[in-house]
Design a protein around this ligand. Sequence first.
Ligand code: NAD
Length: 471
Amino acid sequence: MDHITTHYLDGRFVESHGRRPMPIVSPVTGEPLGDGLLADLTDARAAVRAARAALPAWSATTVATRQRYLRQLADAVSRHRDELASTMSTEYGAIAAFSGFVVDAARDWYLQAAQLLDDFPFAERVNNAVVRRVPVGVAALITPWNGSAWFMAMKSAAALAAGCTVVMKPSENSILQSQAFARVVHDAGLPPGVVNILYGLGDDVGTSLATDPDVDKISFTGSTAVGKIIARNAAGTMKRVTLELGGKAPIVVLDDADLPRAVEFGLRVWLYNSGQACTSGTRLLVPAHRLAEVKELILAKIGAFKVGLPHDPSSRVGPMVTRAHYERVQAYIQRGLDEGATLLVGGQGKVPGLASGNYARPTVFVDVKPDMTIAQEEIFGPVLAVIPYAGDAEAVDIANGTDYGLVAYVAGPPSHASVVASQIRAGRVVINEPVSDQDAPFGGFKQSGIGREFGRFGIEEYLEYSAVFSA
Ligand code: NAD
C-alpha cells in the first residue's frame, strides 16, 4: 500500500499542507492500492511562488543550458522507464504496450525539444524592429488521467524549452504515476522551482492556478466542460491558454475502400487506449450499401482485440480508469438502447472472468442516427457508433456534424481519401494508418480546443512576441 503525503515543490518532496486523503483503487481488482494527500490552496500557492522565484534565472538561461537539462530529463525518464510504465498499468489499467509507448514518448518529448532548440528562431528582424520571442512566464500545466506521463512530459518539455517555469497539476486519478514522474524530475537535477508538481482536485487547486495572478499561462488537457471553466477563470487575469479538449472522431470508410483493411483500421483507432483517448475513432461512417459487409467484418475481427489484464502482453483492451467512469460508460450504452440504436456486439455489464475490474465490454451499435447521443457526445470508453451514409457529401456533413474537431480518420484509396479529408474540419486528419507523429501540430477545431501542441508548434505556445525598435 502506498501512502503519498508529499508534493514536489521547489526541488524537494514537501509534506502536503492539505490533509484530505484521496483513495487509490485498482481498476483491475477493485482493491485499494493506497492513498494520497491532496494539495490545498496553501500548497498551490507555494508551488506558484516557487515557480515565480525560479523564473528570472531560468528564462535567462542559454539555449545550451536548457538543452542540457532537457536531455537530463530524457535520461531520467529512461532510467525510470520500468517504474513509470508499470505504475501506469497498475494505477490506470493501461495495457502494457500502451504504457511502454507512453513512457518512450515521454523521453522523446524532452529529446525533441532539446533538438528543436538547435535552431529555434527566438529573434528575427522585421523592418526596424528586432522581434524577440520571450517566455510567457510561469505556466500551469493541468493534465488528465489517460496517459499521465505523456502529457506531463509533452507540456513541460515545450514550456521549459521556451524558458518558462512550471507548476504541474496532474489528475487526482494519477497520484502514483505523478509521484513516479516527480521522482524522474528530481533525478534529472533541475534547479529548484523550475518544475513543481502537486496532486489536487480541479475545483480548488485547479481553480487557484487558473486565477492566480502569478500564473501567466495555462496549458490544459482534459474535458471540454472543464476547459470552458478554465478559460473563464483565466480571463480574469488575461492568462494565455492552450486548451486540448474532447473529441468525437469520425472514421469515414469510403465506398471504394478495401473493407477488411478499413474495418481493421477502424477497430484499431477505436480501441486505442481502451477507448479512453481523445483521439479515439468513435463514429464509423459506412456507405449504406456496404453496411452488411461491414457488420460481418466487425463481428469477425473484434475477437482479436482481447480484453485482459494490463500487464498481460496479449491484452489489447484494459479496464476503465475508475468505477465511476465505468458506470458513465454503462449509462451511455443504455442511452444508445433507449434511443433506438441496434446493438451489434457487446452491451452493458462486466466482462466474463474480469468481473472485479472496471472492464466495459467493447460495444458496437449499428443503425445509429447522427443526432443520437452516442453519436454526438464523447463517451471515452469502448463504444462505437456505426452510422450509414449515402455519398461523400453526406459523409462529410456527418463527420463535421458534432461540436468537436480534434481528429478524423478516412479509409480508402489515397487519391479519393485525400479529397474527402480536405473537407473535414479537424486538427488532424489521418488516412489509412494510425500515426503518432510528434512533430506536426496537434489540437482541435471548434470545441475540441484552442491552440496547438507538439514539436515547434508546442514551444510557440509558451512564447510572446516583443518587438524592439531602434531608429
Ligand atoms: P477532466 O476535464 O475531468 O480533468 C482534467 C484535469 O482538469 C484534471 O487534472 C482535473 O483535476 C482538472 N480540473 C477539473 N476541474 C477543474 C477546474 N475547475 N479548474 C482547473 N482544473 C480542473 O478530464 P479527465 O476526465 O481527466 O480526462 C478525460 C478528458 O480529457 C476527455 O474529455 C478527453 O477527451 C480529454 N482529453 C483531451 C486530449 C487532447 O489532447 N485534446 C487528450 C487527452 C484527454
